[in-house]
Design a protein around this ligand. Structure first.
Ligand code: C2E
Ligand code: CA
Ligand code: CA
Ligand code: CA
Length: 280
């Protein structure tokens, strides 16, 4: 860029300055947002495809900004990871999930699971608070199996020692593991088995393009078959149409998540939904 003429250079440097400013601003606000309790955990139901009952939900964080409104996690999670503020957010998410599980217990007898997204940064940071989760579960009087930790494929490839021992401890405690966004990375199925993963989540991008006789459907069928062979249950993400649902059900998929059933809901609406336990 240095050789590309004065105007170009100024254009880029101006842009970069804007970027850096925006980042600094967001960073500052992120820090106070935790103290100001601007974060909320939303819940997206996960349904069994054969009877459409809600046995699980994924917790998804939202930032309720006083001026900017609801900010999507895609816009602040990467920044929170870079600055390790994700650790504080992660503790917030875990605490909320426990509270909600206890609220659900008052309404339904069946075992309910909440899955939470666990960042690689949390797993790799010594003081991320993850090691307190076991005590927190005990205090909340909840079985460890009511929490599912969603991790991404990248983690499985070459995990650091701390990450690896933490994942082992999670599994040993009875907490469950889900491999998120399956198909977008490059982990091998052997890792799935080795890490004692319970769920595999098929990424939305496969589900998007599912049609009768499509390559994506063939791929989903193969993934589901292999996952079942390894003793894993399969959750398909981003189901938006009845056709996608039908084809996935036919392919043997166990659970579904997506706008067809429900968008991520504020806790109040979510509690209303699960007490009636009906989605579509
Ligand atoms: P993800 O874990 O893959 O979560 C699924 C995303 O797909 C969510 O976006 C959800 O709202 C969206 N989604 C679900 N069904 C549909 C559908 O039918 N159609 C469409 N178009 N979208 C659907 P969201 O909530 O914006 O979250 C984005 C990402 O941010 C998540 O992707 C996850 O990687 C990250 N994230 C969210 N909450 C947390 C958190 O508490 N901690 C961490 N570390 N990451 C989080
Ligand atoms: Ca997820
Ligand atoms: Ca397990
Ligand atoms: Ca996902």
């Amino acid at each position: 860029a240095k050789n590309s003429g004065r105007n170009d250079f100024e254009f880029f440097s101006h842009d970069m300055r804007e970027d850096a400013n925006a980042r600094m601003q967001l960073l500052k606000e992120l820090r106070s947002a935790i103290e100001l309790e601007q974060f909320e955990l939303y819940y997206q139901p996960i349904v069994s495809l054969d009877d459409l009952h809600v046995h699980k939900a994924e917790g998804l964080i939202r930032w309720q900004h006083p001026e900017k409104g609801l900010i999507s996690p895609a816009d602040f999670i990467p920044l929170a990871e870079e600055t390790r503020q994700i650790n504080a957010l992660g503790q917030f998410v875990f605490t909320e999930a426990l509270q909600t599980l206890n609220d659900i217990k008052k309404h339904i007898q069946d075992e309910f699971q909440i899955s939470i997204n666990v960042s690689p940064v949390q797993l790799a940071t010594t003081d991320s608070g993850i090691d307190d989760w076991y005590g927190m579960l005990e205090t909340a009087n909840l079985p460890a199996s009511s929490i599912v930790a969603e991790i991404t494929e990248g983690l499985m490839v070459n995990p650091e020692e701390l990450t690896q021992s933490r994942l082992k401890a999670l599994v040993k405690s009875g907490m469950q593991l889900a491999l998120d966004d399956f198909g977008t990375g490059y982990s091998s199925l052997a890792y799935l088995q080795e890490m004692d993963t319970d769920y595999l989540k098929i990424d939305k991008r496969f589900v998007d393009n599912i049609q009768k006789d499509s390559q994506e459907l063939a791929l989903c069928e193969a993934i589901i078959m292999m996952a079942h062979q390894l003793g894993l249950k399969v959750i398909a993400e981003g189901i938006e149409t009845k056709l996608q649902m039908d084809l996935l059900l036919e392919a043997g998929c166990d659970y579904g998540q997506g706008y067809l059933f429900s968008k991520p809901l504020h806790k109040t609406s979510f509690m209303q939904l699960i007490t009636t336990n009906q989605v579509i």
